[in-house]
Design a protein around this ligand. Sequence first.
Ligand code: FES
Ligand SMILES: [Fe+2]
Length: 416
Amino acid sequence: MNHPSEPPREAGRPLSHLDRSVAQIRSELGIDPVSVDGIRDPRIYALEQEKIFRRTWLKVATTSELPETGDYKVKELPVVDTSLLVVRGKDGKVRAFHNVCTHRGNKVVPNADFETLGRARAGVVTCRFHGWVFGTDGPLRSVPLEEAFGTLDKACLGLREINCEVWQGFVFVNLAEEPEQTLADYLGDFGTLFAGYPYEEASTIFRYSTVLECNWKVALYAFSEGYHVPTIHAGSLPGFRGIEHADFKLIGPHASSTIYGAGMDTAASTAQFAGVLHASEHHGPRPDLLPPGINPTRRPDFQFELPNIFPNFIIHLASGCGYPGMAYFTHQFWPLDHGRTLWEGINYFRPARTAAERVAQFHVNALHRNAWLEDTATMEDSFVGIRSGAIDSMQLMDQEFLIRHAMRVQQSYLAA
Ligand code: FES
Ligand SMILES: [Fe+2]
């Protein structure tokens, strides 16, 4: 899908032409207040399930979570009414299946939480109900007491595969029988613009999640702007010296912006721990690794880029700037129903090489966790407020343009 106002891309042309000024985004997205109906009205949820989450490409894993043959991830996706099994087969390929046994529908691999990582020994997974055995590439391999079934067409009883593709180490699935677009086409110029960063090198992962009593879009919007930083984060990020949203990008259903800023004052303990990473050649800021279209003039006050992949995935591409040593972090917002959301926040670092680096990563990670606690604390209150009927619209400023854009794209999907 191309943005209606997007000129066709010329071969070899740099992608920096996709940057827009405030005046351009105002003219393309408008400046009027936006209705809260899409958040408030519970009837929209069933439509979102069908027309957004069953049609679009959804990020469900990273390849670094599945480094070896047989490594798997069980991922619960209530929004599309299934449990997913993402697994690396003997051929090295990552595939996704419904985690559903073709005997009587039990989960083949049980899960302990919304996601569970594990390793299938000998390249097979075995349903614990009656012991049917499936290859990690999908086929049904063996059935206990097979002769007692009379006939059993094992060739047709493999795990039900789901469309699965990888972009830059991020594993996406599409629940449609036949997706309207490949993942590459879905991401389009956006995928090109953000390709090339060594995402997979940052394989040390700290994951936080919580279930929030709010609509998924309230959570998405709260993490889609920097306007809130000086106020809600006054506790965890004191002495913040201002931020600037710039280089606005609207590319098909996706959007992004660059966040520049002068950083913040840090406590002495933080400065000491973070200094271990900041001074390291391995962990220190590497803005030179950013794709050329991001911070194209290499401004020294670059903090991070905020690519927002429709419908529910945000990357904060920091390249070690901002939070020392952290290459990037991601947020994802999984609807559980209209008024409940699973939020996942994940910090990605390059692997520590010494104990001191490891401790410093824990410290930076905890600092960031505190900021996220401040973020998530607003979401349930905002949802209560919106549901109360006291306001019919939200007032959005320039730094909140990702919200305006996401709402517009949601509406176009729901209307399709
Ligand atoms: S439901 Fe899986 S073996 Fe019976
Ligand atoms: Fe925040």
